[in-house]
Design a protein around this ligand. Structure first.
Ligand SMILES: [Zn+2]
Length: 243
């Protein structure tokens, strides 16, 4: 279940499933990422408040390119080009990825003390970035899919995510059973990105999954939407830290 909390008086979101993991989904109020000069100082202030709250030595983020490339965070490496998923086992480093409609995925393997965060837009979802993250956690850290918890954050939802036939086909072909994950409304196709990510994970044995009910378009008061806000560069973030 997702719930709201405050850090320095600003609204953040968390998942009860990830209890035990330092994690934060920022909102429109607590955003830490923008390219718009008028918002830079607010984003920096929010970021420093969150860093203090977490007690993180540093906060790093990769260069997201809608790829399905995943890397493991190394303590002395802060630059991850062309990377849309980071796996974290190091303590004291906060890692975040940024979103405005795309699906945030946070993974947690309590047994091995590791976490990961991935960016699943339609391209990432079609390339099964969530499944790739789990496979890499298994390969490098012996994580068992049945022990991995996943929180799927706010994203553009089936109510609003209108796509072309080609994109729809690419997305639903990634799951064993696409029933209920897309629909035809007034001659237009709508897909459930969060639901497709969830079902891809279930197909490989990840069953502890918490799906955020919020849509970035319908719940635009709390989250950013690239589509609704004409290509805004403001982002909400998914942040993780191991301690
Ligand atoms: Zn909606």
């Amino acid at each position: 279940m997702f719930y709201f909390e405050e850090i320095s008086g600003k609204k953040v979101m968390k998942s009860t499933l990830l209890e035990g993991l330092n994690h934060i989904f920022t909102t429109r109020e607590s955003f830490i990422k923008t390219k718009e000069t008028e918002f830079l100082s607010i984003a920096e202030k929010n970021k420093s408040d969150i860093q203090k709250f977490l007690g993180a030595e540093k906060m790093i983020y990769p260069e997201q390119t809608h790829s399905a490339n995943i890397r493991i965070v190394r303590p002395n490496e802060d630059f991850y080009p062309d990377t849309d998923g980071l796996i974290l086992s190091e303590k004291g480093i906060a890692v975040f990825l940024n979103f405005a409609d795309c699906t945030p995925l946070i993974f947690y393997d309590e047994e091995h003390g590791i976490s990961a965060v991935s960016h699943a837009g339609w391209r990432g979802t079609a390339s099964m970035i969530g499944v790739k993250t789990v496979k890499m956690m298994r390969e490098f850290f012996n994580s068992k899919p049945e022990n991995i918890k996943c929180a799927i954050g706010a994203a553009i939802s089936k109510c609003c995510y209108n796509v072309g036939e080609d994109v729809c086909r690419k997305l639903i072909s990634t799951v064993k059973n696409p029933e209920g994950l897309y629909e035809l409304r007034n001659g237009e196709l709508y897909v459930d990105l969060k639901g497709i990510n969830k079902r891809q994970l279930e197909d490989i044995g990840v069953n502890m999954i918490d799906v955020c009910p919020y849509c970035t378009v319908c719940d635009n008061d709390n989250f950013f939407s690239y589509r609704k806000e004409n290509g805004t560069t403001n982002r909400h973030s998914a942040i993780i830290m191991i301690d």
